[in-house]
Design a binder for this molecule. Structure first.
Ligand SMILES: [Zn+2]
Length: 661
């Protein structure tokens, strides 16, 4: 029997197969792992490779990032009304040391640049507060007041930025707010610095690209719970800030955790070349929908030769598809937009952006815009070339590399988006997730796949042994692939531990901040489980408060549990007295349909109420019956109809598992 096995093993060698029989004891046992994972020799070697490959002697970015520094806030903590910190300017001070063996040196450099904070004078008329949030807030000096471009991600951080500006430059009213695009880190701080009634009274103009509100709602609200959960991974929200955790978020230091707001625009820009003069400041807009955001625009100050490139050209390769999830972007349209930017703003002497530091000098700016464009054009064209030769997304991602002229530019490095992720995104944009191989027509869910692979490979013990071999050889990605099947199959504690260690090493090696944060968050959750929800209900309600009624009902439609409403139907009408909105809701066949005009047939119940009572009752957990009894809410028809609506809703899970099941 023994001889037969040996003969079989020899045959396997000749045939190029694995020589390890399933569940066979290993000749040499791997040493016991230390209690705490430390950077391996493989991780150290990867860092050494990066140090040798990149031009760390080039300090132009540091010169640009420091230029025009005026002052920063004396109190490093920015707090909310309850006194809880929502941002700490000192949190990234650890980046003042030269390096860390748990951080890719290139990412460390990006973290150093992004963690600078304070008020910076960009030109005679333009200042920026940077490092107070994920994004920048820009103050443009008009004849009488400030035009604010982008308002950060929290009311509190926006107010702290304005306070710093006021302390250093004197008090001036805000006469206009410009949202460059529809992502929350650029609009959610508005209510911190502008009163909604002033906007409604026409005292403050709010200017945004056409389609802003729909995009903000669609991108951040309907898929919000899933996206927020995934964003926790991408931005490392649960990681401690430090060399073992969050170092940088690629486009900024990290996410603030304050109160968010959404004040809708009063004026939309829908065409390139549209010109506007506000408070004596002339601005020309480049409308760039479908680039970095569904609704986005760049702003040109022709009198000063300064361009604000929004998020279309920041100091990193950006995402064609964000790991947090969003509709895939069009790399071709993005590149074409930058070609147009070069034509429109080719005279620029100063370039600012929604994230990162400015660039100065016309030659520098032309090269910067050109090589940003070329990176996206190359990504698009070469992915499609290989796609048309029959390679699938994984195969393209494994071989695509930027040409040296682009790869060597720091601003084309993958701190936020990576070529690997982005080439898959281009593939997805044209072809979807399916790669045409029939085996992939209907892939099994991860638990089922895990169970079957583990069984096919000879059981969990055999898979873990092979994973340990891969781990010991520094092949962490393969170790993770194997261990993920074991964890999904049976939640094995030993497999979880080794998987977490593999993710540690992968995270410490990663150049993209997004990948580092994702790996390290995965490791943390494998060790500690999923934490408590972090969402701030007050912030969520503030976000909902300004949404049109139809968008609010859309949220109910995607919460309907068809099992609970099976075989039943209901018709409801809501009439909001103060906002002059009404909606007719029909639930039947497991679907919630709503329209503003009454459909045929009688409704089961009609509710007449204020917008605040509607929001509180439907989304805020305030009991509606008490308000009906008090007369604040008028109910006509069958009260059971309203009860059904409530009972059939299935709330989202803000802390769903990702690395386990
Ligand atoms: Zn942004």
């Amino acid at each position: 029997m023994r001889l037969l096995l040996v003969a079989g093993a020899c045959l396997a060698v000749l045939m190029g197969c694995s020589t390890t029989a399933p569940d066979a004891p290993q000749a040499v046992a791997s040493p016991t792992l230390p209690a705490v994972e430390t950077p391996s020799t493989f991780t150290q070697a990867e860092h050494a490779r990066v140090l040798a490959a990149r031009n760390f002697a080039d300090t132009l970015d540091f010169d640009f990032a420091d230029r025009g520094f005026v002052a920063t806030r004396s109190n490093p903590l920015i707090t909310n009304a309850a006194g809880q910190p929502v941002w700490n300017l000192e949190a990234f001070d650890f980046l003042k040391q030269t390096s860390s063996d748990t951080v890719n040196p290139s990412l460390w450099r990006q973290g150093q640049l992004m963690s600078k904070h304070g008020l910076y004078k960009v030109s005679e008329n333009i200042w920026q507060v940077r490092g107070f949030d994920l994004a920048n807030i820009t103050f443009v000096k008009g004849a009488t007041g400030w035009i604010v471009i982008d308002t950060l991600g929290s009311n509190e951080t926006a107010l702290a930025a304005l306070d710093l500006v006021t302390a250093q430059l004197g008090a001036r009213p805000i006469v206009a707010v410009i949202y460059t695009h529809s992502h929350t880190d650029h609009f959610a701080g508005t209510a911190g610095i502008v009163k909604l009634e002033d906007v409604r009274a026409g005292k403050v103009a709010v200017i945004a690209p056409k389609g802003f509100l729909e995009a903000a709602v669609g991108e951040n609200v309907i898929a919000g719970p899933a996206m927020q959960r995934r964003a926790m991974y991408q931005f490392g929200v649960a990681l401690p800030k430090g060399e073992d955790g969050l170092v940088n978020a690629g486009i900024g230091p990290g996410l603030s955790t304050g109160t968010t707001s959404l004040i809708p625009p009063t004026k939309e820009i829908g065409e390139t070349g549209e010109t506007m003069t506000i408070d004596g400041v002339k601005m020309v807009f480049q409308f760039t929908p479908g680039t970095e955001a569904p609704a986005e625009m760049n702003v040109w100050f022709p009198d000063w030769k300064i361009v604000d490139m929004a998020e279309n050209a920041n100091a990193t390769q950006h995402n064609i598809l964000t790991p947090r999830g969003a509709v895939v972007r069009d790399a071709k349209v993005w590149a074409e937009g930058l070609t147009e930017s070069l034509r429109l703003f080719g005279d620029a002497d100063v370039l600012i952006a929604s994230h990162g530091w400015p660039r100065f000098g016309n030659d520098e700016i032309r090269e910067y815009l050109g090589k940003h464009r070329d990176a996206y054009a190359y990504l698009h064209d070469q992915t499609v070339r290989l796609m048309n030769k029959g390679l699938n997304g994984d195969e393209i991602a494994a071989q695509l590399q930027l040409p040296a002229e682009l790869e060597n530019e720091w601003y084309d490095r993958p701190y936020y988006g990576s070529l690997s992720f982005n080439s898959r995104a281009v593939y997805q944009f044209y072809m979807g997730w399916y790669d045409a191989n029939p085996v992939n027509l209907a892939p099994m869910p991860p638990v089922e796949t895990g169970k079957r692979y583990v069984a096919a490979m000879g059981g969990a013990g055999a898979v873990k042994r092979q994973a340990r071999e891969a781990y010991d050889a520094g092949d962490y990605a393969w170790a993770a692939e194997l261990l993920n099947h074991v964890v999904m199959a049976n939640g094995d504690a030993e497999a979880k531990d080794l998987l977490a260690r593999s993710y540690d090493q992968l995270g410490w090696q990663a150049e993209p901040s997004t990948w580092r944060n994702i790996y390290l968050t995965g490791a943390k959750e494998l060790r500690e489980g999923v934490g408590a929800p972090r969402a701030n209900p007050a912030s969520q309600m503030a976000q909902l408060a300004n949404l049109p009624l139809g968008s609010l009902i859309d949220l109910l439609a995607v919460r309907l549990d068809p099992a609970k409403s099976a075989g039943q139907s209901v018709k409801l009408a809501f009439v909001l007295t103060d906002s002059n909105e009404q909606t007719y809701i029909t639930i039947a066949n497991g679907v919630l349909v709503h329209e503003e005009i009454a459909p045929t047939g009688a409704v089961d119940a009609k509710l007449t109420l204020t917008r605040a009572d509607f929001l509180g009752g439907i989304f805020g957990g305030q009991p509606m019956p008490a308000k009906i009894q008090s007369g604040a809410v008028k109910l006509e028809g069958n009260p059971q109809a309203l009860l059904k609506l409530a009972q059939w809703m299935d709330p989202p899970n803000p802390v769903f598992p990702i690395v386990t099941r």
